[in-house]
Design a protein around this ligand. Structure first.
Ligand code: NAG
Ligand code: NAG
Ligand code: NAG
Ligand code: NAG
Length: 481
């Protein structure tokens, strides 16, 4: 009974609150009445007419009336009048507009996220962001910045994420991120950076994610990752590296995810990934020049979970011991996904990788030679559709047929003595050929001599007779003289 009372009291209270809030929401709508598009907004009036304002749910717990203000796709080149909403604006999205220059941004003391992506910004006033003390995320991607003014982020000590992707940056000042001790995510993708200052990240101990992809980097300064002990994700893809900068990377002791795709390496070997003790994900895709992955290349990567080696148009050699150490030492084996799609590989012996033990393996679109050495591929993962779709390039009889449709008995080697190497097989072939030739030669000699003996038997007789005639003649001549 008491419980029921309590419950009905609760219900009544909820109802009252609901009615109050509904009538409270109705009021401003009637007062303003002019802007139909802002019906949803709790405070339609202060919102500039070309923008939409909604409650910023991300910070609603910590602030009283946080507003997310979106003014995208409005051809704006100057700031709308935000004076009425200034204090409560936590997110400002000005992406897809026509801003070419960023001057001082007025006191937006609660602004957390500032999105200026997809404009045509060529220049920024050095003090432009000085009055945004609580800014945490700034997105300047897809603009036309070829340089940044000195100290442009100087007062932004709360910044956690900076996106400078898709600009034309050719260099960075060594102190540009000095005041960002909370910086966690930095995107520098698709700029024209050829080198980086050695001390660029000296104060960014919390940097977790760094995207340097699609630049013109061919080396990194020795100690660039000296302070970034939190770095877990690094993207170096689409640069000009001809060797993996493994010594520099080794300083980022907690690196878990590395992408070195689309660089200039011709070969990867045991020096490429040393001391990356925490690496879990490695991507080596789209390497135009890569031909060879040598013995022991991945031997040190005890914690490797996922490896991608895809679309390398010249990669024909994956050495038998490339994964040596991972494949037999069970405490060192964590592979869950191996993707070798779209290379030029023709051979892979059973012991290279324990394919049957790895949950996801993609070997499709290579040049596999389906002989006795590749027979093992039939022995596991029969149900896995991706695994079944592997096709062979040779032998001709079973070329281009999915391995699921080929009988295991077809995986044969042309010359018997299956375990032998090519050299030994060649040697055997040579010996056999030599034997046959010797026999033929000897046979020929025997026939020849037999024949000769016979011919001499008859012909020699003739000759002797002729000789005798001749002799007789000579004698006659002599006798005549
Ligand atoms: C900010 O929100 C608070 C609480 O709703 C409100 O009292 C104040 O007037 C707002 N300030 C501005 C400038 O809109
Ligand atoms: C911004 O805030 C500072 C300090 O609170 C104040 O001195 C300055 O006048 C303000 N500027 C504007 C444009 O409101
Ligand atoms: C900024 O806006 C662009 C375009 O709308 C969007 O793709 C991007 O995710 C936004 N950035 C942030 C940090 O929210
Ligand atoms: C197997 O891996 C563990 C972990 O790295 C290592 O400590 C151990 O020495 C390895 N054992 C062999 C036989 O290589």
């Amino acid at each position: 009974m008491q419980l029921m009372n309590h419950l009905s009291n609760r219900l009544y209270l909820v109802l009252v609150i609901f009615i109050i809030s509904v009538s409270g929401q109705d009021k401003p709508k009637k007062v303003s009445g002019k802007d139909q598009s802002n019906k949803q907004s709790p405070i339609p009036d202060p919102c500039p007419s070309m923008c939409t304002c909604v409650s910023d749910i991300r910070v609603i717990d910590t602030l009283e009336n946080p507003q997310m203000v979106t003014c995208s796709y409005k051809n704006l080149a100057t700031f709308p009048d935000f004076s009425a909403i200034l204090d409560n604006m936590t997110t400002l999205d000005l992406s897809y507009n026509k801003f070419a220059k960023i001057n001082l941004v007025d006191n937006l003391t609660d602004l957390r996220t500032f999105n200026l992506s997809n404009n045509i910004i060529e220049s920024i006033e050095p003090q432009a962001f000085e009055q945004l003390p609580n800014l945490q995320i700034i997105d300047l991607s897809l603009n036309k910045l070829s340089s940044l003014p000195d100290m442009v982020f100087a007062k932004l000590s709360q910044l956690k994420e900076i996106d400078l992707s898709d600009n034309g940056l050719t260099s960075l000042q060594e102190n540009i991120f000095d005041d960002q001790q909370w910086l966690e995510v930095l995107h520098l993708r698709a700029n024209n950076l050829k080198s980086l200052p050695e001390v660029l990240f000296r104060n960014n101990e919390r940097l977790r994610v760094l995207d340097l992809s699609h630049n013109e980097l061919y080396s990194l300064p020795d100690t660039i990752f000296q302070s970034t002990l939190a770095l877990t994700t690094l993207d170096l893809s689409e640069n000009q590296f001809s060797v993996v900068p493994s010594e520099d990377l080794a300083r980022a002791k907690n690196l878990e995810e590395l992408d070195i795709s689309a660089n200039m390496m011709k070969k990867l070997d045991h020096d490429s990934f040393t001391n990356l003790n925490h690496l879990k994900v490695l991507r080596i895709n789209n390497m135009k020049q890569l031909t060879e992955i040598d013995d022991y290349t991945f031997s040190y990567l005890c914690y490797l979970k996922k490896i991608e080696i895809k679309f390398n148009p010249r990669l024909s050699m994956l050495a038998h011991s490339a994964f040596y150490g991972l494949n037999f030492n069970s405490s060192c084996f964590n592979l869950e996904e191996v993707n070798l799609y779209g290379n030029q590989l023709s051979e892979m012996k059973e012991h290279v990788l324990p394919v049957c033990k790895i949950p996801i393996v993609d070997l499709r679109d290579n040049q596999w030679k389906c002989d006795c050495h590749f027979k093992w591929v039939k022995s596991c993962k029969q149900d896995d559709p991706i695994h079944r779709q592997i096709r062979c390039l040779s032998p001709l009889k079973i070329a281009n047929i999915e391995i699921s449709d080929i009988d295991e008995a077809e995986f044969t080697c042309p010359i018997e003595g299956n375990g032998f190497s090519r050299e030994i097989r060649l040697f055997r072939l040579f010996v056999v050929l030599f034997g046959v030739l010797t026999l033929v030669f000897m046979g020929f000699m025997v026939v020849y001599y037999l024949h000769k003996a016979k011919v001499i038997g008859s012909f020699g007789h003739k000759y002797q007779r002729m000789g005798s005639i001749h002799y007789v003649k000579t004698q006659t001549n002599e006798g005549q003289e």
